[in-house]
Design a protein around this ligand. Structure first.
Ligand code: ADP
Ligand code: ASP
Ligand code: MG
Length: 815
């Protein structure tokens, strides 16, 4: 004998019921079957809503009844030949009429007892089992129907009645001992009390019905047919990478289901465990998938963690005060009072000082629990020996489950550090002595992030997902996206980094996709996106609350640079090629570095100096290893180098500057480069990264631009002024020639002082042959005394800058 149970989605409509019937017909060829069915998907919820509305005098409950009626009539019409429909349709209508009468009673009385609720909810399974039994009869004549209420007897605890196994087992065994049908269809979830009143086994309880039958009949196995490929390593609706678990022990499955894996109703295991009947979880929509096999075998797997589950809508109640210490029985009293008001305690921790005790319950029980506890400890509270209980709502429990966890060290350490790195605040922790479960209470809004990041740590060979939020998709941004698109596969396979772009924004439009933007059509997605706005952008990034989030600033915008602190404070990393923040007031630069440390959110800006050249990274390594930077000499402006390398008797200063702009080597406002401000910002950043405190005003700027060029207020006027002062630039060139030298814009830091300016560089200097838009930096340190440490290479251009930003992102991936 085999017991099969089909859940709500499996019997949601005629189309799905046909799949169910195919499975049943095939299996019936080899075995006698009992088939337990749930209500059609969502029907129990609809019945619940209708009953509440009716009791609240809201007539719209009738619309819900009409919806329920239609669902069932539609299913029946599609499953049964027209010639045989009429009797069955009137039977359904009679059942619906009965339901309407009950709801009308609630409506008139304005009342809804637990007992009535159970009767109303029972209609879902009554209707579904009737339709399915009739549909099955079409093909399988030797099939029958039995109402579970006649076989499963319970107490009167409406809503979640306790089964009387002694009586039920006997009734079930007796009935099937004489039953000849090859298949018997039965409704799940519903039962009756000894005096014949309708009861239910708790929401999701059809699984339990099937297990009760399996246990009573000593079935060969119990198959739970649902809408997923088995019990997964985490809820597959929340963790996309979750995988079905092939085999799992009863204890582990019980632990996972108790901690929220809805795929199996927790009490289901008990009746089959006693008889050692294995459970197979299968997918109605993919019957060929293997599913999950639950038995008494503990499989020794390399991974001691079997799954991660969670329970939402949790409230923590803490009872504390000096009166708790050493006074025997405080916890006993606490649990007694909760049990008196019928509240299920899901989670318990007690500090070893006995100073406080903390319990986790459902949000819906919070008010009742608070009142009951404060009442029970009224005397101690009035004497200030115990504080009124502290109630924290909207939390969530997450749990790692695995039988073999007890044989492995460091799992809880890994669990908590993974959460910590993602800024998930842990409110309470519990680990059972069996060590089959380590659970933590966190904020509900962090649950998706927590589950995904834990899943990554324990199941995905350490693949790390990085979620990028990119602002600025001009020249550099475009190259950056191209590079990500090209390297995505390589990074996943070789570095185990799963890089996803979640948001892209330019100054006009922005586009978000929580699942990762398809990079091949990113341009049209952004163009058709919503109006961009920095504040909305930040709130969206925060609300998504994705793990390993990185904000990437590829703008040269002042206001964007002022938002970094908001990201860092949310544990969101910042990668930027925008120099404004790091060259602004020292306290601001320092504040961002501190926030980065405090919130464990990397703040990287390698491209602020020398585009993709590893200059800042080198400084960091020198400083970290104890070296001291004493002197820096550098040509740090790729644009100015390009300009002075090309400026000649035949190529005017004005034309070269124009060309540099066209090629993307200058800032959008070329004056920032030509005035030396850009170079001053860069040397300032290097000085600060070397460990010195300095402000931009402390850097002497020996500008080569005539004051009239400097004071222009827009690009047009600036370019005109370059023509007007043509001879000024020609004189500089002539002077360089006469000195057999070349013009280079040099930044220097020595003896605590810094300056930038145009210099005549003689042939013997390493700066003399600096080509194109290259940069060069020389560091003189305690260790590099005579021969400086030298870094040289292309220091401007979209592709190299993009690759520098990319390198920063990868650095974060490797942390
Ligand atoms: P049925 O109606 O078939 O009883 P349920 O909705 O009760 O189905 O249970 C199946 C659902 O359980 C899945 O669709 C999935 O969303 C949810 N679920 C939660 N945790 C897990 C898990 N660890 N493995 C599989 N499914 C899970
Ligand atoms: N129909 C019931 C519910 O929705 C029982 C079940 O589906 O298991 O809770
Ligand atoms: Mg279920």
């Amino acid at each position: 004998m085999k017991i099969l149970k089909f859940g709500g989605t499996s019997v949601a409509n005629a189309q799905n019921i046909k799949l169910v019937l195919d499975i049943v017909n095939t299996k019936a060829k080899e075995n006698k079957l009992v088939v337990v069915v749930s209500a059609l998907s969502k029907v129990t919820d609809l019945l619940h809503q209708a009953s509440i509305k009716a009791a609240n005098n809201d007539e719209s409950y009738k619309e819900i009844v009409a919806e329920i009626e239609k669902k069932h009539l539609d299913a029946l019409k599609a499953l049964i030949p027209v010639s045989e429909q009429s009797g069955l349709l009137s039977h359904i209508k009679r059942i619906i009429n009965h339901l309407e009468t009950l709801l009308e009673g609630c409506f008139l009385l304005g009342e809804l007892s637990n007992r009535t609720t159970d009767t109303i909810l029972s209609f879902g399974e009554v209707l579904s089992s009737y339709i399915i039994a009739e549909a099955l009869k079409q093909n399988l004549k030797n099939s029958g129907y039995k109402d579970s209420r006649e076989l499963i007897k319970t107490n009167n605890n409406f809503g979640k009645a306790a089964v009387n196994f002694e009586i039920s087992d006997k009734l079930i065994a007796d009935y099937f001992a004489t039953n000849e049908s090859q298949v018997v269809i039965m409704p799940g979830f519903i039962a009756s009390s000894l005096d014949g009143i309708n009861t239910t086994l708790g929401r999701g309880g059809s699984d339990y019905t099937a297990a009760i039958i399996a246990g009573a009949l000593n079935a060969n196995d119990l198959e739970i047919w649902t809408d997923v490929n088995g019990m997964f390593t985490a809820n597959p609706k929340i963790v996309k990478q979750a995988q079905p678990i092939a085999t799992i022990s009863y204890q582990e499955a019980m632990e996972l289901s108790h901690f929220g894996a809805k795929v199996l109703y927790p009490p289901t295991i008990q009746p089959v465990l006693r008889k050692n009947i294995p459970i197979l979880i299968k997918n109605t929509f993919e019957p060929e998938a293997e599913g999950t096999y639950i038995s008494n075998k503990v499989t020794s797997q390399i991974n001691p963690v079997k799954g991660i589950s969670h329970i939402e809508h949790i409230t923590l109640i803490t009872l504390e005060g000096p009166g708790m210490i050493g006074v025997a029985g405080s916890s006993k009293r606490l649990f007694e009072v909760l049990s008196q008001v019928n509240i299920n305690v899901i989670f318990i921790t007690q500090a070893s000082s006995e100073h406080s005790i903390c319990i986790g319950i459902l949000n819906s029980d919070a008010e009742t629990a608070e009142l009951a506890i404060n009442k029970a400890f009224e005397v101690e509270i009035s004497q200030n020996k115990i504080d009124p209980c502290i109630v924290e709502k909207n939390l969530c429990i997450i749990a790692l489950v695995g039988e073999n966890m007890k044989n492995h060290q460091g799992l809880s350490g890994r669990m908590f550090s993974t959460l910590g790195k993602n800024n998930v605040n842990i409110r309470a922790i519990a680990q059972g002595a069996s060590e089959r479960n380590i659970s933590a209470v966190i904020n509900e809004r962090d649950v998706k992030k927590a589950l995904n990041t834990l899943h990554e740590t324990f199941f995905e060979e350490n693949t790390k997902q990085l979620n990028l939020f990119v602002m600025g998709v001009g020249n550099v941004g475009e190259k950056f996206i191209e590079q990500i698109h090209q390297q995505k596969k390589y990074l996943k396979e070789n570095l185990k980094i799963n890089l996803r772009v979640i948001a892209l924004s330019n100054s006009r439009k922005m586009y978000f996709d929580e699942e990762g933007i398809s990079l091949k059509d990113w341009k049209s997605l952004v163009e058709n996106g919503e109006k961009s706005d920095s504040d909305t952008f930040i709130s969206k990034v925060k609300a998504l609350n994705l793990r390993n989030s990185i904000f990437v600033d590829i703008t040269a915008n002042d206001s964007v640079s002022k938002t970094y602190d908001q990201y860092l404070k949310q544990n969101i990393a910042v990668v930027t090629c925008n120099k404004i923040a790091c060259s602004s007031a020292y306290y601001n630069y320092k504040n961002l570095k501190n926030l980065s440390r405090q919130f464990k959110a990397p703040f990287l800006f390698e491209t602020n100096v020398g585009a993709g050249l590893p200059i800042i990274d080198t400084v960091k390594h020198l400083v970290a290893s104890g070296d001291k930077i004493n002197k820096i000499q550098a040509v740090l402006s790729g644009s100015l180098n390009f300009i002075f390398n090309n400026f000649s008797d035949t190529y005017s200063f004005h034309d070269v500057v124009k060309e540099a702009g066209v090629q993307g080597f200058t800032e959008p406002d070329p004056k920032i480069d030509l005035s030396g401000v850009d170079v001053a910002r860069k040397i300032l950043i290097l000085i600060r990264e070397s460990g010195y405190q300095m402000e931009i005003e402390d850097i002497k700027n020996n500008s080569f631009l005539p004051i009239e060029c400097m004071s222009t207020t827009n690009n047009d006027a600036f370019f005109k002024s370059l023509i007007t002062y043509k001879s000024h630039f020609e004189n500089l060139l002539a002077e360089a020639k006469s000195k057999e030298s070349r013009l280079k814009f040099v930044a220097t830091f020595e003896n605590g002082k810094a300056s930038v300016g145009l210099e005549f560089i003689p042939k013997e200097s390493p700066f003399y042959n600096l080509e194109g838009k290259d940069n060069i930096v020389q560091f003189y340190t305690d260790r590099y005394i005579d021969q400086p440490l030298l870094i040289k290479g292309a220091g401007a251009g979209a592709a190299v800058t993009a690759s520098g930003i990319f390198a920063d992102v990868i650095r974060i991936g490797n942390i």
